[in-house]
Every structure is written in C-alpha cells, then in structure tokens.
Design a protein around this ligand. Structure first.
Ligand SMILES: [Zn+2]
Ligand SMILES: [Zn+2]
Ligand SMILES: [Zn+2]
Length: 361
C-alpha cells in the first residue's frame, strides 16, 4: 500500500473491497467494533435538532432505561435553550459558584445539573457550534479529585500547624498599645494604663501558633477538600479555568442548513402518511441502541434519518453502516451541511445510504 492521506486511504479501501467483493460484511464487522468503542465513550444521543415531533407516546413508556431517555430529553432541551441564548448574546459568561464541586457555572444554561452543563459546553465546542474564548476566572481545585468544593483553613507559616489563632492588638488614645487580653476586664475593653473605655481601636492583628509558640503577621491558607477530604494548599492546588464561550457563526450556519433540510424531509414524509419520531432511537438485533435525528414509519417501512453535523461524513458513514446491518431499515438517509466528496458518495452508495447535501436543498 503506497503512502497516502486519509481520503486516498478510503478510495484505496473501496477499490480493494470492490475487487474482493466482501465490502459490507467485513466493513460492518470492523466498524461495529469501532462503533461499540465510540458508543461506550459517548453514550449521549446524537445532536437532537430543534423543533420536535409527533408521535410515539405509547412506545416511549414501554421502553427500558426510561430515566436515561428522560435525561437525554432534558439535555436536548437545555442545548436548544443554550443555543438560543448564544444566538442572542453571542457569548456565554461564566460566574463563580460557592460551595459547588464545579466551582462555577454558566447562568444561561438551566434545567440540567452543573456537571451535565459542562458536558453540554464540551458538546457544543466539539460540534463546532461554539468555541472557547478568554479566561474569565480560575478556581482553586483539589489536586486529587478536581473538586472545587472546599473549606479554607489558616496554617502556621513556620511549622504548618492548623492550631493557629488570631491575636488582636488595640491602641488607646493615651498611647498605650497591647494585646486584647490586656484590655479585657469583665468582658469589656478598658485601657489598662488609664482605665478609660473610650477611644480604643483595633491597631493590628497577628497570628499565634500553639505548636511552635511563635507569633507572625502572616499565615498560609490551606484547603480541605469537601469531596475527598484531602488537604492541599497554594503550592499544589489545581486551577480550574472558566472561559467565555463564543458562538461560531460558521457552525451555526451549518447547523441551521441541516436543520432546514431535516424539516423539509420530515414534512415530505409526513405528507406521504409516515409517522415521525424526532429525535429517535432504534434497538438493533445486537441489542445496541442507535440514535437518529428522526425515524419515519408507515406499515412495515422504517426510514431512519441521521445528520453529519460536527463530524466528518466518512466517520458518520462508518457508524451508519453498522446501524444498517444491525437494523431492518427500508431507507437510511444522512443529511450533511457540507458538500460531499466523490469518495464519500461512493462509500455511501456501497453501504446503501442516501446522502442529502446542501446542493440538493
Ligand atoms: Zn507553628
Ligand atoms: Zn489609656
Ligand atoms: Zn478532593
């Protein structure tokens, strides 16, 4: 095999397979293993595009893992709302959040947990709908578990002990300066030199360590992790950066193109008497759940529609090739926002997958 780029590799692969006439089963086998790998790393439903649905309530309730599906729906809804906010403002701004593991949040993302919100941001960035901008702030995090939930403790600069307390020094207008204990008589502050209780003010503070018996002007700050309980300080803390999230106009354009094409397809199928589920999942003979933008049914016919948004078309075709062998589909359609190459079209044709691309819209 000569040295070549990825595109060349695919063309070479197709030629080889055509020659030995084992294209689909072999490819499907290889891709199936790859797919399982991808699937387990990223179990979330693929991009659920805007505007939903028609159908399938009775089916929904009978499905297993109903809770997971519910969470996925919440995730899709949160993504839609987040995308709307991004479209309006162009930017999502993070804010620090006290007493949270995450340490900060994006107030525009609502309706899902903070950790899911982080997944959502990663997902938008991965799909090319948004990109990370400037750092807004950084939060101290546990070097062991990454949690930002902590309590700050003061410790002795000299020996590291936590057995440190504050010593207040007061000054009286007569000129006397002394520790708080010298001023305290019967729970009240009174000048030990002139016995007056007027005009006494806090002069400075120092810190006394009960272990090394020293007093100093400064202390160290140490953290006890609220999640795993370990101690850390400035020298070994982790910093978690919070960045502005900016909308990618280019990504949005592709997303909307695909969205329009998807709606057109669905309207067409609907008019032909198909029942539409959007988004939809189908369970294959292998037991694996395959996710689609939409599934259309009419009698025994099942048409699945996927999109190649934010992913190279070849990669999507590999996954769909697997889905096609695992499911009984009448048609499998993939919508792409970018023009496909001849190699990609050839690959799709060999797998029996229809491509709908911008030039067809
Ligand atoms: Zn000490
Ligand atoms: Zn005095
Ligand atoms: Zn921790």
């Amino acid at each position: 095999m000569p040295p070549m780029d990825f595109q060349g590799f695919i063309e070479w692969l197709i030629q080889v397979f055509q020659r030995i006439e084992i294209l689909v089963p072999t490819l499907a086998g290889v891709a199936f293993i790859a797919f399982l790998g991808i699937r387990y790393r990223n179990r979330r439903r693929d991009l659920a595009l805007e505007e939903v649905q028609v159908v399938g309530e009775e089916e929904k309730t009978s499905r297993p893992a109903e809770k997971a599906l519910e969470e996925e729906d919440e995730f899709s809804e949160a993504r839609m709302r987040t995308l709307e906010a991004l479209k309006v403002r162009g930017t999502l701004k993070p804010m620090p959040l006290a007493a949270s593991k995450e340490g900060g949040h994006y107030p525009d993302i609502v309706g899902i947990s903070l950790s899911k919100a982080e997944d959502l941001i990663r997902d938008l960035v991965k799909k090319g709908l948004a990109f990370e901008g400037e750092v807004e702030f950084s939060v101290a995090a546990c070097p062991l578990c990454g949690s930002c939930s902590q309590v700050a403790l003061i410790s002795c600069k000299n020996c590291g002990s936590f057995r440190v307390h504050e010593v207040k020094y007061y000054r009286h207008t007569c000129g006397y300066v002394g520790a708080e204990s010298n001023f305290l008589t019967e729970g009240k502050l009174r000048c030990p030199q002139c016995k007056s209780s007027e005009g006494i003010e806090l002069y400075y503070k120092r810190y006394y360590c009960q272990d090394c018996k020293t007093e100093s002007d400064e202390v160290n700050i140490a953290f006890k992790c609220g999640s795993c309980g370990s101690f850390y300080d400035e020298s070994n803390m982790m910093l978690k950066q919070f960045k502005k999230i900016e909308l990618s106009r280019e990504g949005l354009e592709e997303y909307e193109k695909i969205n329009r094409a998807l709606s057109t397809q669905i309207q067409r199928l609907s008019a032909q008497g198909y029942t539409i589920e959007r988004p939809a999942t189908l369970v294959g003979e292998s037991g694996v759940t395959h996710s689609f933008e939409a599934v259309a049914r009419r009698g025994d016919e099942v048409i699945a529609i996927a999109s190649a948004f934010g992913e190279p078309l070849t990669q999507v075709l590999f996954k769909l090739g697997v889905a096609k062998t695992d499911l009984k589909l009448s048609r499998l359609i993939v919508i792409t926002g970018k023009p496909s190459s001849p190699a990609e079209r050839e690959f799709a044709r060999s797998l029996g997958i229809e491509i709908i691309e911008p030039s067809h819209l």
